[in-house]
Design a protein. Structure first.
Length: 411
């Protein structure tokens, strides 16, 4: 079986995901995806006719993000039409999954050159969905009866309550995320992967992260009202079923303490990222220098009612497949969907906090759903190189109670 080599990763800055406020919010998602696809090809002098597949992640495939965004963005980027493309949805885990599938295809000998990644423009959500959420669909009452799935923020609060994790611990983690992100930006730690975004007329739209709030303090975090207390009691159907009741179906005695807010939850942003993968044979024949290899990748399911608890078992599964332990990992990136996801991971694994999200995470930088996994792979690889370390893992929770994970090793 062949190895799968990571040749390069690039990404856009993350723009605030609100129309009228975010620098990228006026773009078409296809155009944003094309930005990174064009950059990854130009940075590596690719003959795009050789690209076997563009495997793309986009979670909310409605409205402007509907259709096969991977194929259309590749065409928009000027790729040869011989290069095929597909688009998939594993919710937040889409960007890791596209990379894992691309690596698996190469390792199986079915492809030699794949571009993976994703695009998510959360600024398009309001127009595409109105006030609806995929977790508010009462059409499949049988699934809801067997596997009630609530709002993710309410799930985060429920997990914090069950795990006895206080709000102060979550706010402290959010502050660390902001501080680390501010330091990373100031020191240019993201510069290797970051590319500017231009409008079709050549106007620069964004060349740095738009979401971080480096002025954040514990006092400012403590002043924020919980975000999900009201949402928990919204009536979802004609029977008056609420998000809170969906969790109480499984945990009837739980009195949820609402501890998550805008400061310790991931930011709503727009962004895109691309990962270039190649077989060793293709890379050597075409002068492509590998930066890392994919050691292993896995997927893991967990309780869909709590929804956010799969990263720890996913990480353990990946380590078992690689015959490693947490001590073998130099760095870990776990998506900060909500502070409790990362805090629970840290407590359950007892890993050194200094090697987890050393440059901040989604609480400070934002979480463009289908793109985040690819972004984190690039962030991990850049930091491994910067600190001259060797092995790292990326994982993240995904709706439905899932988590993909990937371990990479520098070459």
């Amino acid at each position: 079986m062949s190895e799968a080599w990571i040749i390069d990763v690039c990404r856009t800055p993350r723009g605030v995901g609100k129309v009228g406020k975010g620098a990228l919010a006026g773009m078409h998602p296809q155009q944003l995806g094309a930005t990174v696809l064009k950059a990854i090809a130009e940075r590596n002098s690719l003959d795009t006719a050789d690209v076997d597949d563009v495997i793309w992640g986009t979670s909310m495939q409605l409205g402007a993000q509907g259709g096969d965004l991977g194929r259309m963005a590749a065409l928009d980027a000027g790729y040869d039409y011989k290069s095929s493309g597909m688009t998939l949805d594993r919710y937040c885990g889409s960007g890791i999954t596209t990379t894992n599938l691309g690596a698996a295809t190469i390792m199986a000998g079915f492809a030699d050159l794949v571009v993976a990644g994703g695009t998510e423009m959360m600024s398009t959500y309001a127009a595409a969905m109105g006030s609806r959420s995929p977790f508010m669909d009462s059409g499949n009452t049988r699934l809801r009866a067997n596997h009630p799935q609530s709002n993710q923020g309410v799930c985060a609060d429920a997990i914090a309550t069950l795990e006895n994790i206080p709000r102060r611990a979550l706010d402290e983690l959010a502050l660390v995320s902001q501080q680390r992100a501010a330091r990373a930006i100031e020191e240019g730690r993201f510069s290797k992967s970051l590319i500017p975004v231009y409008d079709v007329d050549g106007t620069l739209l964004l060349d740095t992260e738009e979401f971080p709030r480096p002025q954040t303090t514990m006092e400012s975090l403590e002043s924020l009202a919980p975000s999900f207390a009201g949402i928990a009691d919204i009536a979802l159907d004609e029977n008056g079923t609420t998000f809170r009741q969906l969790i109480l179906q499984k945990f009837p005695d739980l009195e949820i303490e609402h501890v998550h807010h805008a400061g310790n939850s991931s930011g709503v942003v727009d962004g895109a990222a691309a990962v270039l993968l190649a077989s060793p044979e293709y890379a050597k024949a075409h002068g492509l220098t590998p930066r890392a290899r994919v050691v292993t990748s896995v997927n893991m399911g967990d309780d869909p009612t709590l929804m956010l608890n799969a990263p720890v078992p996913a990480a353990r599964k990946a380590l078992a497949k690689a015959n490693m332990t947490f001590d073998d990992l130099d760095l870990i990136e776990i998506n900060e969907a909500f502070a409790v996801v990362t805090e629970k991971f840290l407590r359950d694994t007892d890993v050194d906090r200094e090697k987890v999200n050393p440059n901040g995470g989604a609480m400070a930088l934002g979480h463009p759903i289908g793109a985040t996994g690819a972004i984190l792979i690039g962030t991990l690889l850049d930091e491994l190189e910067r600190t001259d370390k060797q092995v790292g893992l990326v994982t993240m929770c995904a709706a439905g109670g899932m988590a993909p994970a990937v371990i990479i090793e520098r070459i």
